[in-house]
Design a binder for this molecule. Structure first.
Ligand code: MG
Ligand code: ZN
Length: 435
């Protein structure tokens, strides 16, 4: 992604805000304990508009007003010889302005002093209201500083808008530069899953597979895990957000891995479920094929003009029929869907938007209407079946938890699947052969 992409997004936002002012801070650094910080992760909105990687930075967009042209301004850390010895390179305002295509750049130290000046006589203020209490207070203070000058003829913005609504609808549709990064994230994450499959043996611990994923992600240059990975052996797969990853993997059970890497801010999100010993039992295979067919049914309706929930509805139909075939449910499929009986075994939605956030920005529903898919929208398709052990569940099926998750981009005619990790029974058994 070149700085032209970020610049074009700022331009587009500047057109929306009229003569208003938009304020977009990056994320704060977060202390883990005492002097140790969590690895810094920029704010996704800030990144989307700048590509600027440092903490303590703020974008201010000033809409065109009279003879003044629209302007994008960056506040960032000043150069600092000593701090740079300890913490590494800083651009400093001068170099950042050039490298990231801003019209002006100042030290972050000057922000509170400059902010009121920037708000004077602007009609509207745009920021992520309520996202961060400290920022809400900081902005209120700047507004009050302008209001205090009313008698000097200075006017504060009268309207305050939530900037997220605008940015969310921009972020929902990915451009070709974003698509290229998402493909790379998906390629690396797919390789990580294939590596974990290949390494898996009965008696290993779940965290050993987590290590294989992490190795492949970093080895291939991904920045980090995009979210806490799930490595769930046997019935642990029926705990949807299982992240302990510390149990042993038993022979004749399945293991579910939900893991993806982050590349230039963009997440991949993949789930694969495979037999610990490399061969599906008949019962495991029966359930697996149902989930796979449900995913295919969802792919078939992931296309422009279809709405977000159609994929889920298609998957639910196949899964419910499958549950009847497995004799876990009895009755008429339509009726079982209407009553929601399938939810005992399938309790989550079939997908979510995917981008800079693993559960990405963008509306799913406005009023009663589900969002209609259009080219560039990127989402996951992730049906599953989770058969928790219980008195009425046959032994062979008890504890089977399966989810299959891939990342897809809506195209002009349908969808492209980014992810390539082994998926069919034959592909998985092939990659897991050790002879
Ligand atoms: Mg996932
Ligand atoms: Zn997901």
């Amino acid at each position: 992604m070149t700085h032209a992409h970020f610049l074009a997004r700022r331009k587009r936002l500047l057109q929306t805000i009229g003569n208003g002012v938009a304020i977009i801070p990056t994320a704060p650094e977060v202390v883990r304990n005492r002097d140790a910080h969590f690895p810094f992760r920029f704010d996704s909105y800030f990144w989307y508009l700048s590509g600027f990687p440092e903490p303590e930075a703020v974008i201010v967009l000033l809409g065109a007003q009279g003879k003044q042209k629209a302007k994008s301004i960056l506040f960032c850390r000043e150069k600092h010889e000593e701090r740079e010895i300890w913490d590494g390179y800083r651009y400093g305002p001068k170099a950042a302005k050039l490298a990231f295509g801003f019209d002006a750049a100042y030290s972050i130290e000057q922000l509170d002093q400059k902010l009121p000046e920037l708000l004077v006589d602007r009609d509207s203020l745009w920021h992520a209201i309520g996202h961060d209490a400290e920022w809400d207070a900081r902005i209120a203070k700047a507004l009050n500083a302008v209001r205090a000058q009313t008698r000097a003829g200075k006017r504060a913005p009268r309207a305050i808008h939530d900037l997220r609504a605008e940015l969310d609808s921009m972020r929902l549709i990915k451009d070709s530069a974003e698509a290229a990064i998402q493909q790379r994230a998906a390629d690396i994450a797919s390789a990580g899953h294939a590596r974990a499959m290949h390494a898996c043996r009965p008696g290993m611990a779940e965290y050993e597979l987590e290590a294989e994923l992490g190795y492949e992600f970093r080895k291939r240059g991904a920045d980090a895990h995009a979210y806490t990975p799930i490595v769930a052996g046997g019935a642990n797969a029926c705990v949807l957000h299982y992240v302990e990853n510390n149990k042993l993997l038993n022979n004749n059970t399945l293991v579910l891995i939900d893991a993806g890497c982050e590349v230039q801010g963009y997440a991949a999100d993949i789930t694969r479920t495979f037999p610990v010993n490399g061969r599906f039992t008949a019962a495991q295979k029966d359930v697996y094929e149902i989930v796979l067919a449900a995913q295919d049914a969802a792919f078939a309706v992931t296309a422009p003009g279809r709405h977000f929930m159609e994929g889920h509805d298609a998957a639910v139909r196949v899964l419910t029929q499958g549950l009847v075939d497995l004799k876990l449910l009895t009755g008429d499929v339509d009726n079982l869907i209407d009553k929601g009986d399938y939810k005992r075994f399938y309790m989550h939605r079939t997908g979510h938007w995917l981008g800079l956030d693993v559960h990405d920005a963008g509306e799913y529903k406005i009023g009663d209407d589900w969002t209609v898919l259009q080219p560039g929208i990127t989402l996951t398709v992730e049906p599953g079946l989770y058969i928790r052990p219980a008195a009425d569940i046959p032994e062979a099926l008890a504890g089977i938890g399966i989810r299959i998750e891939d990342d897809v981009r809506v195209t002009e005619t349908g969808c492209d699947i980014y992810t390539t990790a082994p998926k069919t029974v034959a592909e998985i058994e092939e990659v897991m052969r050790h002879d």
